[in-house]
Write a protein that binds this ligand. Structure first.
Ligand code: NAG
Ligand code: NAG
Ligand code: NAG
Ligand code: NAG
Ligand code: NAG
Length: 376
């Protein structure tokens, strides 16, 4: 009897924890209180809001993108759900609401369209490590089904956009320094939180944009960033991107703080399993190549033709990759922010004294990335 009871109690406790679900109501009005940011991972809530409340120096956002897997297509879509002010995150236009949704698409021929809409507050529901969100009266929301499948739903007649973007995750979630386990540091660089719920996904885009259909399949991605200090006070340069080449899903982050210190995060998954996830200094290195490859770049440096990425697949090999820009999606007027579509080629190179069990074939794929540079 006693034993049955104990088993029962343990089972009840595990059910209690397994159904960790929280609903967050985020007002559209900026708070004048001090804002707390969470930078250590917990047993659930990987995709939950990370700052409370949203004051004028804090930012929190949920980001989704898809880039076409067709090498010759420039089609892409990015949807971001923000709770921030333009003061905290200067790449947004000033707004009287902190709850803002944004969409940017590119058609297969590279023509771009973008729009930002205000919401009357937002609701985010965190279920375990998944989330759903509704940016009220903006026409933008996202939902999840229990198995890491996310759907962004847009019905925004004011900007002429309607449809769905679905993501079926093919690579496990991670934090800057490793897999999604409790107690991890979630800062990718000082003061900047990062949780990557969906590093790679089989994604399908079915949108109508200004009367034109944008329908394609590709590689999808979802993450979130946050901080309770102005975005610009912590960053000199960042190189972030994700891609898929051959059997590898990869995510890169190479980050330089204003004091010149470098912070990195590497990620690679294969066959649905993580094979690299690290923030150790030599785990990954991203450097511009070709035209405008001045490093570190400053505001006056033009966009580079590409990047070379070295990603350690410990202990015996590295992935050596070349990212070649094929289309610029966003290039802001102050040249602080650039987003682009790229093709990516790479191969596995054995570490010195090691041999690969097979020939190092050339791998090909696609990527979507951004570059931030903040210093003159
Ligand atoms: C913050 O806003 C509240 C409500 O508007 C106001 O009562 C309070 O005085 C403000 N506090 C500060 C420090 O500005
Ligand atoms: C917001 O919160 C941060 C962190 O507590 C604090 O440093 C900052 O002064 C606050 N900003 C405002 C405008 O109250
Ligand atoms: C590119 O594609 C868009 C969407 O189909 C179309 O509206 C536009 O005219 C095209 N531009 C060119 C230069 O072909
Ligand atoms: C959720 O993520 C935490 C790490 O933040 C991890 O410990 C936990 O096992 C995850 N839960 C599920 C159901 O994947
Ligand atoms: C290099 O920078 C110049 C000046 O900004 C720009 O015109 C050119 O297109 C850039 N090259 C590439 C490959 O983007």
């Amino acid at each position: 009897m006693a034993r049955t009871t104990i088993v029962h109690v343990l089972w009840s406790i595990s059910v209690l924890f397994a159904s960790a679900s929280h609903v967050y109501h985020i007002p559209s009005v900026v708070s004048n209180r001090s804002s707390t940011a969470h930078f250590t991972s917990a047993a659930s809530g990987l995709d939950a809001p990370k700052i409370h409340p949203v004051n004028s120096s804090s930012f929190d956002w949920w980001y989704f993108d898809v880039v076409s897997s067709d090498p010759s297509s420039l089609a892409s879509v990015v949807v971001a759900f923000y709770t921030t002010t333009a003061n905290a995150f200067p790449f947004l236009a000033p707004s009287d609401t902190v709850t803002v949704a944004q969409i940017a698409v590119s058609f297969p021929n590279g023509t771009t369209f973008g729009a930002t809409v205000n919401a009357d507050g937002a609701t985010v529901t965190s279920d375990e490590n998944l989330s759903s969100g509704d940016w009220h009266n903006s026409g933008f929301k996202w939902t999840h089904t229990g198995d890491s499948t996310y759907t962004v739903v847009v019905d925004a007649p004011d900007i002429g956009v309607k449809g769905t973007i679905s993501f079926h995750s093919v690579a496990p979630a991670h934090y800057p320094c490793g897999p999604a386990v409790a107690g991890q540091n979630m800062e990718v660089g000082p003061g900047i939180g990062w949780a990557n719920a969906v590093p790679d996904a089989a994604a399908a885009v079915k949108l109508t944009v200004g009367g034109t259909k944008l329908v394609f399949k590709g590689l999808g991605y979802h993450d979130k960033n946050w901080g309770n200090e102005l975005f610009t006070t912590n960053i000199a340069v960042w190189y972030w991107g994700h891609g898929r080449l051959g059997p590898y899903s990869i995510v890169w982050f190479d980050f330089f703080a204003l004091d010149g210190r470098e912070y990195v995060s590497s990620y690679a998954a294969k066959d649905g399993r993580i094979i690299a996830a690290s923030c150790a200094p030599n785990s990954i290195r991203v450097r511009p190549t070709g035209e405008n490859s001045t490093f570190p770049p400053v505001l006056s440096t033009g966009n580079p033709s590409g990047y070379h990425i070295t990603l350690a697949l410990a202990p015996a090999a590295t992935l050596e990759m070349d990212v070649v820009v094929t289309g610029i999606l966003v290039d802001n007027v102050f040249s602080e922010y650039t987003r682009a579509v790229a093709t990516i080629t790479g191969r596995l190179v054995p570490a010195e004294g090691h041999q690969l069990g097979h020939a190092a074939e050339v791998l090909k794929g696609k990527a979507l990335f951004d570059q931030v540079k903040m210093t003159a």
